[in-house]
Ligand binder design. Structure first.
Ligand code: ADP
Ligand code: ASP
Ligand code: MG
Length: 444
């Protein structure tokens, strides 16, 4: 059994969407997880932003845009009846539901239901497409099988039991389809796994059923050695260890959701990243596999804030760091990088929503400085297998760029550097040329 996840980019045009069933041939059982069609969740987020400001008219305009988009989409996807009519009825019903939600008072429940519409639309249309092709399949409503517990974590045992039941009750069915990203919370209400969370859904399902492989289908030939949105001449990486993939996903390689490697790693299930636009390409295989092939990739995570706390009280004292961390914990704000000296500690966060309160409390411990608009650049690979001096090569590549913070040694898989946002492009290109193209470039 395998899990196939198709991202929004793979579903983004009627041509691409129409090709997905062709990628699912063979007798082996498959669970297919679909994201929303690309751009839809962004539109739904816009609707919520309008509603949060009581701008119902603005929200209505976005719903109209979605209606136009989906009407055109199904017109080219189902250019024949009766399946076109079925798809049209389905889209009309969902848009009507969305309009109905605009009339409700804007509470978390409504916000989540609006966000869920993208995956409900894509899986509903996929269902019509499979019916049109006469395929045998079973449609699973993700919030029925994927529940969060009271701590907000996925209930793996429930997921395993629910999926196993559907599979054993339908022994002849080989194709199961469901939504990524959406689930239900511990009160039984619709909830989500956060932006980009369909990869996580696929990994959770794969782990729950201990499948042979989890395939993440996207619009690039696997995980590249640098972010193709910022750097030219990037290359797909044939193999990554779980730890390397985890670091890359965590530090910004958008191709994988940060949470998606862990469930697969726990069960030792390979993840293969494939390109819907070029299915023949081997893609990237993430597995325990052989290590020791040096520096693999560079990733970048923007929108970072650095906080430095200076205090003479830290000198030779214990308990200081605990007090600092407790403040971040109280405001549920994760810390990415940390670096300490005798009298100060610097750390970074990517969620600024409680920054004001955090700084207020930190001021009781010492002098606080905040730098916004920072970027983490992360170099990932197997540093243990490297010849001595690899960190020097990284720093040498960046010698013309001011580095605010360095983190190395937390794992043997990454060196992370904090830079100002304005130096991001230069840094990425300089690292790429030094590490992968063996060319020197002067960046200033
Ligand atoms: P999907 O819709 O399939 O979930 P995403 O947009 O979430 O796709 O992720 C794929 C995109 O991630 C690629 O189009 C690419 O621009 C971006 N990306 C960022 N870093 C990397 C990387 N290291 N390797 C490959 N793609 C990357
Ligand atoms: N549709 C959701 C998003 O855009 C989830 C996903 O695509 O993985 O964030
Ligand atoms: Mg994605």
């Amino acid at each position: 059994m395998k899990v196939f996840k198709f991202g929004g980019t793979s579903l983004g045009t009627p041509e691409r969407f129409g090709k997905i069933p062709g990628l699912l041939s063979g007798e082996e059982k498959k669970i297919v997880v679909l994201s929303a069609i690309s751009g839809t969740t962004d539109q739904l987020v816009r609707i919520n932003a309008c509603l949060a400001q009581e701008d119902k008219q603005g929200a209505g305009t976005v719903v109209n845009e979605l209606e136009r988009f989906y009407s055109k989409f199904i017109y080219s996807l189902f250019d024949w009846t009766p399946f076109y009519n079925q798809a049209r009825l389905f889209v009309e019903t969902r848009i009507l539901r969305l309009r109905g939600l605009l009339e409700r008072s804007f509470v978390r429940e409504v916000e989540n239901e609006i966000l869920a519409q993208g995956e409900l639309l894509s899986t509903g249309l996929f269902r019509c497409l499979l019916l049109a092709r006469g395929e045998d399949f079973l449609y699973l409503y993700a919030p029925d099988i994927l529940h969060k517990n009271t701590e907000g974590q996925p209930d793996m045992e429930y997921l395993r039991r629910a999926l196993s039941k559907s599979i054993t009750q339908n022994p002849a069915t080989t194709l199961f389809i469901t939504q990524g990203f959406i689930c239900s919370n511990s009160h039984g209400k619709l909830d989500t796994l956060g932006r980009g969370g369909s990869d996580f859904t696929a990994s959770l399902i794969g782990a729950a059923l201990e499948v042979d492989e989890i395939q993440i289908w996207t619009d690039v030939d696997g995980v590249h050695n640098n972010d193709p949105r910022w750097v030219e001449e990037t290359r797909p990486i044939p193999e990554l260890s779980y730890d390397e993939a985890d670091e890359l996903a965590y530090f910004g390689a958008k191709v994988l959701h940060p949470a998606c490697v862990f469930p697969a790693k726990q069960r030792n299930i390979p993840i293969r990243i494939k390109n819907t636009l070029n299915p023949e390409a081997p893609g990237t295989l993430v597995h325990e596999g052989r290590k020791g092939s040096s520096i693999k990739a560079v990733a970048v995570k923007g929108g970072i804030t650095a906080v430095r706390i200076r205090s003479a009280r830290m000198l030779m004292a214990y308990g200081f760091l605990r007090k600092v961390f407790e403040i971040f914990e109280r405001y549920e704000t994760p810390i990415d990088m940390i670096s300490t000296s005798e009298v100060s500690v610097s750390l970074t966060i990517d969620d600024n929503s409680s920054l004001g309160q955090i700084v207020q409390e930190l001021k009781e411990l010492g002098v606080v400085e905040v730098d916004e608009n920072q970027t983490i650049v992360c170099v990932v690979g197997d540093f243990m297998a490297e010849k001595p001096g690899m960190v020097r090569i990284v720093l040498n590549a960046l010698r013309e760029i001011p580095v605010r913070m360095i983190s190395y040694g937390g794992s043997m898989n990454n060196v992370s550097l904090l830079l100002h946002e304005q130096d991001k492009d230069k840094a990425l290109r300089a690292l790429h040329h030094h590490l992968f193209l063996n060319r020197e470039i002067h960046v200033n």
